[in-house]
Design a protein. Structure first.
Length: 279
């Protein structure tokens, strides 16, 4: 689905939308929907501890913590609560699901089977976003159960793409590796920035300057990768002059005990942990 099609789907669907949980990720989705022109009056939010900016949106027509009777039959119910409280929050939503509703969960580690048990008969989408969603540059991977219709999948895609790119998979077993690569991946990049700054300090740079150089280098390189049609390996080669400083550094980073084998081990560890948490 193109960005234009997603925007049109989001503005054109019938009925209302229910957001359950407006923490960091839920609020990022909400801001994305509003930024794409979704009328606040079509959005209901269940959030027991609303932040001031969420309360302010209620003045624009968003319905904050309405009676459950008003939320019945939502076109989409987006569940954005922490997985630790899912057992208390999700089952009470079952009476709100109608035959037109699609339930979209962004709870980490909660498989489709658990969602289907809590919401019997529901069309369910399980999604794994990541934290760059907060700045509209997120990466979300989604999986639909067999009850999700093409129109419901389009709506789910439009809602999720409000914070960045969306990819769909058909095998739930892949979700653990997805979590390890893109869900946890931002932490790896932030660690790279930390390590690069510390290496600069160790090389003699003042801490403030080292931190700024590392931050801007990682952020700028990410933006270049985003905008360029070239693959990462080609971009790397373009920076590397034969016999130069970059080549000397890459000889270490690409050695037998360098970044690639470490990253493989890290992603494998995260994948194993994701599988364990889903049990």
């Amino acid at each position: 689905m193109s960005t234009h099609s997603a925007d049109a789907t989001l503005r054109g669907f019938s009925g209302h939308l229910l957001l359950v949980g407006a923490g960091k990720m839920g609020h990022a989705l909400l801001e994305g929907w509003l930024g794409l022109g979704l009328d606040p009056q079509r959005i209901l939010v269940f959030e027991p501890q609303p932040a001031p900016d969420l309360v302010a949106l209620a003045a624009r027509g968003l319905r904050l913590n309405p009676p459950h009777s008003e939320a019945h039959g939502a076109a989409a119910i987006v569940i954005a609560v922490k997985p630790q409280i899912a057992a208390d929050v999700v089952p009470p939503l079952a009476p709100l699901v109608s035959n037109v509703s699609v339930a979209i969960s962004i709870m980490a580690g909660k498989p489709l089977q658990a969602l289907e048990q809590a919401l019997p008969g529901a069309a369910v989408v399980r999604a794994m976003p990541n934290t760059p969603a907060a700045v509209g540059r997120g990466m979300t991977v989604a999986l639909a159960n067999q009850r999700v219709s093409p129109a419901q999948r389009d709506l789910a895609h439009a809602l999720l793409s409000a914070t960045g790119a969306v990819e769909w998979i058909s095998e739930e077993a892949l979700m653990d590796a997805v979590t390890a690569v893109s869900g946890s991946g931002p932490a790896y990049v932030f660690l790279l920035a930390e390590a690069l700054a510390q290496a600069g300090i160790d090389a003699g740079l003042p801490p403030d300057l080292a931190a700024k150089l590392a931050r801007e280098t990682v952020a700028g390189s990410g933006e270049l990768l985003h905008r360029s049609a070239l693959d990462p390996a080609t971009l790397r080669h373009n920076v590397t002059s034969p016999g130069g400083t970059t080549e000397a550094a890459l000889a270490v980073l690409m050695g037998a005990e360098g970044l690639a084998p470490l990253m493989t081990k890290a992603v494998a560890a995260a994948t194993r942990r994701s599988r364990a948490l889903a049990r």
